[in-house]
Design a protein around this ligand. Structure first.
Ligand SMILES: [Zn+2]
Length: 84
């Protein structure tokens, strides 16, 4: 009889792939604001009911929660406080 190989899950919760947060000027896949022409304050709009992660991102100002009513806008400029 052979012992089943005991596989340990590498699940110590400390080592989650954490990305550097708080870098304001990361390269984001956003369009330039149609009002001020800048991208640095532009965040994508997240439609529908957000996941927990979505909420967290919204808390950090990384996304704008658009709610369940989908509008034709895809981005939100925090400087202008407008969707576009
Ligand atoms: Zn703007």
């Amino acid at each position: 009889m052979q012992h089943a190989h005991y596989e340990q899950k590498h699940g110590n919760g400390n080592l989650r792939g954490h990305k550097p947060a708080g870098r304001g000027n990361g390269k984001k896949n956003v369009e330039a604001c149609s009002y001020c022409g800048e991208k640095d304050e532009v965040i994508p709009i997240l439609y529908g009911f957000p996941t927990h992660a979505g909420f967290m991102r919204a808390e950090r100002g990384e996304v704008y929660l658009g709610g369940c009513e989908v509008s034709p806008y895809g981005f939100f400029c925090k400087r202008c406080d407008r969707e576009f």
